[in-house]
Write a protein that binds this ligand. Structure first.
Ligand SMILES: Cc1cc2nc3c(=O)[nH]c(=O)nc-3n(C[C@H](O)[C@H](O)[C@H](O)COP(=O)(O)O)c2cc1C
Length: 389
């Protein structure tokens, strides 16, 4: 679900992880959501309402029926929201939701909320495993409430186990990348490494940032994403199905194996054209023993997928150019028969390797001309998705 432009009501209950809700709020805002906060009285003992009022730039609903509060906040807040996320959700609040009591703002909003509801339970691991907590979670799930399982790890109480509040980034990803996956994107990301000996290899400067932006854009729009990944600095969300590879040969095998599952294939990885004819099993001792590195041609993964292309499958190629960009890109598009070619010039001084922006342009067989624009890798990803749609 794309949370950009969505109205999110964030419910906070009395747990030690309440302070992490501040970061979650900021992440949701950064992803384009408008956030308002509702808290239990207990939660306000952990983090003051002033903090959340300042972060959300809106009054926090924390008291029912005070002389100066608006009388129908318990209806108004949920009615305003598209999504209600209770994070962290205490064992007590879970029980209130499952029973249906509304004795304070968070559970009142839970009763009054008609839209999508999410809970993120967080507590000591013995409490989390307690039969009552598990029963309450099952009850909520059976009503269609979405539950983000807690993480396993070192808990604030000093014990290890299940019950830890997940990283706020993971919570935002779980919400943003939820939804039925009816179409599949197969994408290659990162760079290949071609082994010379156990300590040396041939590679390139690709960071995987463009591929990661594309993967996120498709996930956010309800696609299943299979990512065949070489080495990269960028990180991918857990919702991607990741197939790790090293060399061009192994990337070729993995992409061809996954090809039948894909509606769209994006060749975003920077694949080495050549690799050493033989990789030495031991470290090559000094330069005198190797005067010339003998190379062999690597498989052309783009060409191979075009050969196996299924009806209605779309194949997108990238062309990284440092000179004569448009001419070279047009040639590559014509020779490859790709459906779309994205030309990018990461050495032009406008963004590039491991940066958030790059200079790029889109070519199709019907539109062989393009002017390069300098924009974020996210903008490149959303233009690509629009073109595919
Ligand atoms: C220091 C401290 C930490 C707590 N941490 C948690 C917690 O992580 N999860 C939880 O379910 N309860 C925790 N509790 C207990 C809740 O605060 C308590 O059950 C409270 O009634 C929850 O109320 P609420 O759901 O209305 O916010 C903690 C209590 C204290 C004193």
């Amino acid at each position: 679900m794309n949370i950009h432009g969505k109205k999110i009501l964030l419910g906070i209950t009395g747990g030690i992880a309440a302070y992490k809700a501040c970061e979650l709020l900021r992440i949701l805002q950064k992803r384009g959501a408008e956030v308002r906060v509702v808290m239990t009285r207990e939660a306000a003992k952990f983090v003051g309402e002033t903090t959340f009022a300042a972060l959300s730039n809106f009054p926090v609903y924390v008291e029912t029926a005070t002389a100066d509060s608006k009388p129908f906040q318990h209806i108004d807040y949920p009615r305003w929201a598209d999504i209600y996320i209770v994070a962290p959700c205490s064992a007590t609040s879970l029980a209130r939701f499952a029973i249906g009591t509304g004795e304070e703002p968070v559970s009142l909003c839970f009763l009054a909320m008609q839209g999508e509801k999410w809970v993120v339970p967080a507590m000591n691991s013995v409490m989390y495993k307690a039969a009552a907590v598990q029963r309450n979670l099952e009850t909520l799930k059976s009503w269609g409430v979405k539950v983000i399982e807690p993480a396993c790890g070192y808990l604030a109480c000093g014990e290890e186990g299940m019950g830890k509040f997940p990283e706020p980034l993971d919570i935002a990803d779980a919400i943003e990348f939820s939804g039925s996956k009816t179409q599949t994107l197969l994408i290659s990301i990162g760079r290949t490494e071609e082994e010379i000996d156990p300590v040396r290899y041939i590679s390139n400067r690709s960071s995987g940032k463009t591929g990661a932006a594309i993967a996120r854009e498709f996930l956010r729009n309800g696609w299943r994403v299979i990512a065949v990944c070489g080495k990269m600095e960028a990180t991918l969300p857990k919702q991607c199905e990741i197939v790790p590879v090293q060399s061009a040969e192994s990337m070729n095998k993995a992409v061809l194996k996954m090809q039948p599952q894909a509606n769209v294939i994006v060749h975003c990885a920077a694949v080495a054209d050549y690799s050493p004819k033989t990789a030495s099993s031991q470290k090559i001792k000094n330069s005198k023993t190797v005067k010339n590195l003998e190379l062999k041609e690597n498989p052309n993964i783009l060409k191979n997928t075009i050969k196996n292309k299924a009806k209605n499958q779309k194949i997108i190629a990238f062309a990284l150019e440092t000179e004569n960009s448009l001419k070279n890109a047009q040639k590559k598009l014509k020779e490859s028969n790709a459906d779309i070619l994205i030309v990018n010039t990461p050495t032009s001084g406008k963004g590039g390797f491991n940066k958030d922006t790059v200079e790029f342009g889109f070519l199709t067989p019907k539109k062989l001309n393009t002017t390069l624009t300098h924009n974020t890798k996210e903008a490149l990803a959303s233009t690509l998705l629009e073109l595919i749609k």
